[in-house]
Design a protein around this ligand. Structure first.
Ligand SMILES: Cc1cc2nc3c(=O)[nH]c(=O)nc-3n(C[C@H](O)[C@H](O)[C@H](O)COP(=O)(O)OP(=O)(O)OC[C@H]3O[C@@H](n4cnc5c(N)ncnc54)[C@H](O)[C@@H]3O)c2cc1C
Length: 401
């Protein structure tokens, strides 16, 4: 069978985690994709991100897992705490993930991850190229806001949760909102020893907060608030939001108060309304295909959005490099990825509803239930999720890079 070659033009719309990882995976298979990114330049902004074991298994195949581990912070454990500081559940990453799969979780600054991916890439990455519309799918034509057009053989929509490319595949979908806002920032601070390799989540009343160390003295912090946020009014500015967040979280368990108090006055506070993408009937049309948040943008509560985007990247590159027929390649990719990504998206949706319950009674019942659940159930669940990672293998079961 003839395979796609260097002359096959693959355009990737969106140069986020998914687009850059897809480009890297394609390039390692001898293909030469071009990435079109809307932003005029790459800035090292953004908060931290937790890369779970399945994401690291993909990066291992791409040969960059060690660099990611040495740039970020490999965590040895995680905790879910109540507002009063009671431990509701522990995640022994060394005992489950690292023992069975060689990788635990890594917390890393998004800017560092982006830089690593860009450094690894030989492919062309064109910035300042915002896709305005996909005009045709077979063969694809995309029009950019600057009036230019491209006519690649294959067009990958990795343009995030508000995807423009998705309009040509699933024009009528509406994003589902959670009625919650999340604040994110990084802080430079001296962390007590026990927090230097540990992630934490605190399940409060309508609020969900926590984070992880991303460096020896930097911590990535997030906190949700119900919408409309009690921390914002039409007239509040950044300073006032931070003051209210500090006040609200001052009695929460450490390290949250220390971290919020250490957020520098000029540090970006990223504010995001929480949404997810409903299940799509299909991820492709003609030779246009979706990947990452464009296909299955999910709420952040399972910490799996980027991990699923990273799994898409390798699966799509493997399918495109294996089949000369685009349709067969895109069908294989969708078969491999859609069910798993949508199941995890749905789990994250329900976890989000559960983690942001607002009534006193509901919170108490939830925390009690989480505390009563045997740790072995969580261990088995995490083990199963990692075992299910979409990694390409041959018919004989041999791992492929
Ligand atoms: C609060 C929060 C916390 C999270 N924490 C985690 C976590 O800990 N672990 C985890 O695995 N996931 C996490 N996620 C999810 C994760 O951030 C996303 O799933 C991931 O970033 C998706 O990557 P992507 O490349 O598909 O989309 P994006 O990261 O959104 O990238 C899309 C790219 O496309 C560009 N673009 C957009 N429109 C166009 C256009 N029209 N033309 C050209 N380019 C365009 C954008 O500028 C961007 O660079 C979190 C999400 C949130 C909201």
């Amino acid at each position: 069978m003839q395979h796609l070659g260097e002359t096959t033009e693959i355009a990737i719309i969106g140069g986020g985690i998914c687009g850059l990882t897809t480009a890297l995976a394609l390039e390692q298979r001898g293909l030469s994709p071009t990435v079109y990114e809307a932003a005029s330049e790459y800035q090292p902004v953004g908060a931290g991100i937790l890369l779970q074991t399945n994401a690291l298994l993909v990066f291992d195949r791409l040969g960059i897992a060690d660099q990611i581990q040495s740039t970020g912070v490999p965590l040895d454990s995680g905790r879910i705490l109540s507002m009063s500081g009671r431990t509701l559940q522990r995640f022994d990453l060394d005992g489950v993930e690292r023992a069975h799969f060689d990788y635990g979780y890594v917390a890393i600054h998004r800017g560092d991850l982006q830089r690593l991916l860009l450094e690894e890439l030989d492919s062309r990455v064109k910035t300042g190229k915002a896709c305005a519309e996909v005009e045709d799918t077979d063969p694809p034509t995309a029009r950019f806001e600057d009036g230019t057009r491209i006519h690649p053989d294959i067009l990958v929509g990795a343009d995030g949760i508000n995807s423009t490319v998705r309009d040509v595949i699933a024009p009528d979908i509406e994003l589902q909102t959670l009625d919650a806002t999340v604040y994110r920032a990084t802080a430079t601070c001296e962390l007590p020893e026990q927090h230097r390799t540990r992630g934490v989540e605190i399940w409060g009343k309508g609020t969900y907060t926590g984070g992880a160390p991303i460096d020896s003295d930097r911590f990535y912090w997030f906190a949700t608030a119900p919408s409309p946020s009690p921390f914002e009014t039409a007239t509040t500015g950044r300073q006032s939001i931070m003051e209210q967040l500090r006040k609200y979280y001052s009695s929460f368990p450490e390290p949250v108060p220390t971290v919020i108090n250490s957020v520098a006055p000029d540090e970006d506070i990223i504010t995001t309304g929480l949404m997810d993408v409903p299940p799509l009937d299909q991820w492709s049309r003609g030779s246009v295909v979706l990947a990452g948040d464009a296909a299955h943008g999910m709420l952040p509560f399972a910490g799996q959005g980027a991990a699923q985007a990273i799994e898409d990247a390798l699966a799509l590159a493997a399918a495109l490099s294996r089949y000369s027929d685009h349709t067969a390649a895109l069908e294989t990719y969708e078969r491999k990825r859609k069910h798993r990504a949508e199941r995890i998206r749905s789990e994250s949706h329900w976890l989000g509803k559960f983690a942001t319950i607002q009534s006193n009674l509901g919170c108490r019942a939830r925390n009690h239930a989480v505390n009563l659940l045997p740790n072995s159930i969580f261990r088995r669940f995490r083990h199963r999720r990692t075992t299910g990672t979409s990694l390409p293998v041959t018919k004989e079961g041999i791992d492929l890079r």
